[in-house]
Structures are given as structure tokens and as C-alpha cells.
Design a protein. Structure first.
Length: 100
């Protein structure tokens, strides 16, 4: 992923917008710290849609586990955010999105 500073973004906005429209994802830093990521609209939509589906799946599996007598394979010391992102990291569909 290409990184630009906020100053470079201001000075070269037209060029950077065209690059993002062309499919490139760009990280913007402000005062030497990551501030935000610019990415193509279609990629953003698929990630949001995928995140909603993953959350529904996570909740359904959690509900099913609570109803069953099985021991959970989830780490009891992990918080919900860590468990959720762990599910996303293990799903091939989301790994392919992050590699683009």
C-alpha cells in the first residue's frame, strides 16, 4: 500500500483521486502518524457488506454454542473485538480483499 502525507494529498489531490479511482489504496499520514486510508468505493462496499455477514455469522455461532453443551473453541480471555477480527483473519474471502 502506498503512503502519502497530508501535505502531499493537499498538493496532489487530483492525481491521488485518479489513482484511487483506478483501484489503488493509499494510506495518508498526518504528523508522521497514520491518519486514514483512501480506497476505491467498490472495495469499501464489499468490505462493509462482508463485515456485516461475518458479524451475523459470529453471533449465530455464539448463540448456538451457548445453547449446546459443547465446550467453546473461543478464547475466554479474548474480548469480542479480538474474536471477531480473528474470524475475519481466518476467512479466505477477507484475506483476498486485503491483498488487493
Amino acid at each position: 500500500m502506498k503512503t502519502v502525507t497530508a501535505r502531499e494529498l493537499r498538493e496532489n489531490l487530483d492525481e491521488i483521486v485518479q489513482r484511487v479511482r483506478g483501484g489503488e489504496t493509499i494510506r495518508v499520514t498526518y504528523r508522521s502518524k497514520p491518519a486514514f486510508i483512501l480506497q476505491p468505493e467498490k472495495l469499501s462496499e464489499s468490505i462493509v457488506r462482508g463485515s456485516e455477514e461475518a458479524m451475523k455469522q459470529f453471533l449465530n455461532e455464539t448463540i448456538q454454542l451457548s445453547k449446546s453443551k459443547k465446550r467453546s473453541s473461543l478464547n475466554p480471555k479474548a474480548n469480542i473485538k479480538e474474536l471477531y477480527h480473528g474470524m475475519l483473519d481466518n476467512d479466505l474471502k477477507y484475506q483476498n480483499l486485503s491483498n488487493k
